[in-house]
Design a protein around this ligand. Structure first.
Ligand SMILES: CC(C)(COP(=O)(O)OP(=O)(O)OC[C@H]1O[C@@H](n2cnc3c(N)ncnc32)[C@H](O)[C@@H]1OP(=O)(O)O)[C@@H](O)C(=O)NCCC(=O)NCCS
Length: 168
């Protein structure tokens, strides 16, 4: 069942979301050490080994859909994408945090910032994402933000998850 939980998004002011560029992706790729890491982050279609130019193309990145979460010093802490899905949805993808800052609650800040940005720009009725069932930190993160499982794909061992946006 889709969540009807009302959520207010108040990311701390000291982290900022800005459009990402291929140099940010290059940093992200240094956090990815194996085909399994690549699959968890980017899904089954990305090809190994990743590289800045090829992977930027494979994730359909541009400066309208791809974002960097930066700390007060401007260092990259996280990365993610927002894709409008007609008629009234936005799909999140390629969410990742720097390994140096995992386990501190920043995942929630990153996803909330992406959701907030999507709400502001597209006024969607729902936010969706896909996640592998065995990616437990990611599944737990999304559940903690109110996403619920809307479908399961046994062939890819993945969940589709959905967050309903309450009317403002
Ligand atoms: C997914 C990701 C962004 C989460 O980062 P994070 O917020 O630092 O993650 P945490 O370590 O705080 O874990 C998130 C939650 O999962 C829980 N968790 C962590 N490992 C777990 C495990 N093995 N089993 C069950 N729960 C687990 C944590 O306790 C936490 O829950 P809580 O906040 O209720 O305590 C990060 O792990 C990441 O970048 N992973 C690599 C890329 C990726 O897989 N992206 C997801 C694409 S869909």
């Amino acid at each position: 069942m889709p969540s009807s939980r009302a959520i207010r998004y108040n990311p701390p002011m000291h982290y900022a979301l800005r459009p990402a560029d291929p140099r940010d992706l290059s940093t992200v790729l240094a956090w990815i050490h194996s085909p399994a890491d690549l699959r968890f982050w980017g899904g089954p279609l990305l090809t190994w080994p990743p590289d800045e130019v090829k992977t930027w193309r494979e994730i359909c990145a541009d400066d309208n859909n791809t974002f960097a979460l930066v700390d007060p010093a401007g260092s990259l802490a996280g990365f993610g994408q927002t894709f409008p899905r007609p008629p009234d949805g936005v799909h999140l993808g390629r969410i990742i945090l720097s390994p140096a800052v995992r386990g501190q609650g920043l995942g929630r800040i990153l996803v909330r910032a992406l959701v907030d940005s999507a709400l502001e720009r597209f006024h969607p009725a729902a936010i969706t994402l896909n996640v592998y069932r065995d990616n437990l930190p990611a599944v737990q993160l999304y559940c903690s933000l109110g996403f619920t499982v809307s479908a399961e794909d046994p062939d890819h061992n993945s969940y589709s998850m959905r967050l309903s946006v309450p009317a403002l």
